[in-house]
Each structure stands twice: as C-alpha cells, then as structure tokens.
Design a binder for this molecule. Structure first.
Ligand SMILES: [Zn+2]
Length: 391
C-alpha cells in the first residue's frame, strides 16, 4: 500500500462558474512501484513513457505529488516532474476505482489493462486526448502492437484549459489529470470484455477492430457519469462549450434519437443519445428507491456480447440501440418498466434499426403538437430554456 495524491471529485464550481478536476487529496493505493515511472496494481499497470525517474524520491510520505497546474511546456522542470508524477498516481487511482466497480458488479475481475501516458506526442505537436487500443489497424498507427487484453494511451496534453477570468491561473490540460477521460477510456475496456460491440472475440487476436460505435462511446460516457456522480462529465475542460452543443457531451440535456446523424465520425455525438437515456433511466430507478442501473447494464452487456458466431452479422446487430435495450430490459424485469419509459423518452424502443428510431423521433418532433424542435432540445419542451435555446 502506498500513499499518493489524486483528484477527488467535488462539485464545487470555480471562477467563472466552471467545474474543476476535483480536489487534490491523499489516498491509499494498493500499488507497487515497478519501474522508474510505473505503478502496478491487481490487473492494472500505469506507466509514463516520456523518460526520467518519477519515483526516485518517495520520502517518508509516499508519493505525494502536486498537480502543479498540469505542468506543460511552459512550466519549469520541478513543476513538470510534479505534474507527471501526479498524472501517474491520479490515473492509477481513478482507473482502479472503475475496475473495482466492474469486478464487483460482474463478479469477476476484467483481464489486465495497461495504461501508457505520453505516446503519440511528437515534439511541437502534443496530443490532448486518450484512446483504447487492441492489436490491429488503428489511426494513428501503433508502432508496436498493444497488449492483447487492451491498452489505454493518454496524450501528454496539447493546450491549456480555457478560463474566462483573466485573473484565474491557467491549467495545462493533461489527460492523466482528468478523471472523466480516465473513466471514459476504462469504460471502453469494460465494453470490450462484455458487450464486445465490434465482435472482436470472433476476429483473429492480432486483427482486432479499433473503431468505436455509438453504443461503445455512450456506455463509456455513462460509466464516467456514474463514477463522477454528475451528468456534466466534461464540465471541466469543456466548460465553455454550451450544454446544447454535442461536443460538450452533457448527459442531462435530453438528447433524443432525433439528434442522431448517420455516417462515420459521429460515434461520440450519437453515443450521447444512448448515454443520456441510460442516465435518465439510472436517475429514475434511484428516485424510485433503487440502486440505479449500472449492475443491470453490465449483466446485459455480458449477455449481449455472448450471442452469435458470425463476426460480420454480429457487428451489425451489436450496433443497434434496440438490441441492447432488449437485453437491458431482460436483465432485471423488476426495473424494466422504468427503464423502458426512460429510454422511450429519448426515442429508444426495443425494436427497430437506429435509423428507424431516428426517423420516428424526427417525425414526432416535426408534428404540430411538438413544442420544441431544435436539435438537442427536448421533444416535449420540458427542459429549462437556458439549456434548450441557442443564443
Ligand atoms: Zn471513446
């Protein structure tokens, strides 16, 4: 057991009404130092790959790094050292939290996960995101095949978070400092080993499909919301993007299938519809005295990913919102009526292809009875005007 620092979620809004990453807090982590910049936990390895010995001076208080406002290219060597050390401990803390939750709800640990911090950044052009990788074709390409059971890569960071208040100190947005990004990416690991949306277990182990469908992105966002305890998962680094903009990916904006866009490259935005519907169902089950839908969802995803033998056929089927909803309703009949009602409010029914769900909801939104029809707003107009009306 070692003592480290990590951001603990608080919903305190900072200057300009923006959410922060959380409060730096000392926590105990069941981890071992296994390299100059590597921590190992049960089923999890977190490593900063940018060189140097981050863990050279544990002292008597363990590995208590300072976030140092994210470090970054303009920071001095000591601030960079602190920020990178904090990135490793913060990532290990949050990743182990999601993995522990999944293991508890699934009644089994997931296969090992490796998280690498710093790849894909070339001098002069940083990378501010994260992705989940399996061996197989990928963009950007991987110089070495990722671990077969799954790997997360977190960029070194690319820019400072935007702050409206000029007196407020800036923060270099390092993905390893952002619990929401860590939860989202570990969410893909959970999806891969349960629903397996790309039917990768039916493909050769070294020729896995690395693309993500909307259900994958949406489920990862929903899990992030559960762990963070807020539907505004990216409120910190996207706090200046208005809630009606799909890029904000705020889950309580009542996104419906009417907002879905066909075509590639829309998995995050379309996934927000699924994530929002899950969040509505989760909240309604909780309001009715239940524990939410996380356990039911993981059970449903495990069953969803265990059917079928034809990879191409399964890829088609596992793309459909209605198919996963049916599995979700079957997984816990006691809450099924509440879940079905919440999903229907977002246009998701237990039958029909995705485009049919979209067409049906668009037709309803265009009918003379509908009060609000702008994309991203509520079909029934029950949401606050500030969130629903474009400026
Ligand atoms: Zn993703």
């Amino acid at each position: 057991m070692i003592r480290v620092t990590a951001y603990l979620t608080d919903h305190h809004l900072g200057p300009g009404g923006l959410a922060g990453p959380g409060r730096p807090t000392e926590v105990d982590l069941d981890a071992t130092v296994t390299g100059p910049a590597e921590l190992s936990l049960a089923g999890l390895t977190v490593r900063d790959e940018r060189g140097g010995d981050l863990f050279r001076r544990p002292g008597e208080h363990g590995y208590l790094f300072d976030p140092a406002a994210g470090g970054g290219p303009l920071a001095g060597p000591e601030a960079q050292y602190q920020a990178r050390g904090f990135g490793v401990t913060n990532t290990a803390y949050h990743a182990s939290r999601v993995l522990d939750l999944a293991a508890r709800l699934l009644d089994r640990p997931l296969p090992p996960l490796v998280i690498r911090i710093g790849p894909h950044s070339v001098p002069g052009r940083g990378w501010g995101g994260g992705h989940y990788r399996l061996p197989g074709e990928a963009s950007p390409p991987e110089p070495e095949p990722p671990a077969r059971s799954g790997e997360i890569h977190l960029g070194a960071g690319r820019r400072f978070t935007e702050r409206p208040d000029p007196g407020c100190s800036r923060y270099f947005h390092a993905p390893a400092h952002n619990p929401a990004i860590i939860y989202h990416e570990v969410g893909h690991h959970i999806c891969h080993h349960t629903a397996d949306f790309r039917a990768n277990r039916l493909r050769p182990p070294l020729d896995q499909h690395n693309g993500k469908v909307a259900l994958d992105e949406g489920t990862a966002d929903f899990l992030a919301a559960v762990l963070l305890g807020t539907p505004d998962i990216y409120g910190w680094h996207r706090g200046l993007i208005p809630p009606w903009d799909p890029r904000r990916r705020q889950l309580d904006a009542r996104w419906t299938t009417a907002c879905m866009c066909p075509g590639n490259g829309r998995a995050h935005a379309n996934g927000t519809v699924w994530a929002s519907a899950l969040w509505t169902a989760h909240e309604r089950v909780r309001q009715a005295g239940g524990a939410g839908i996380t356990r039911t969802l993981l059970t449903a995803m495990t069953r969803f990913g265990s059917h079928g033998a034809d990879a191409a056929e399964e890829q088609q089927r596992r793309n459909r919102f209605s198919e996963l909803l049916r599995e979700l309703l079957a997984a816990d009949p006691a809450i099924a009526p509440v879940v079905a009602g919440a999903m229907a409010d977002h246009g998701i029914l237990p039958y029909g292809r995705n485009w049919e769900l979209r067409a049906r909801m668009q037709a309803r939104a265009a009918s003379p009875d509908a009060q609000t029809t702008a994309p991203g707003t509520s079909e029934t107009g029950r949401w606050p005007r500030t969130a629903a009306v474009r400026p």
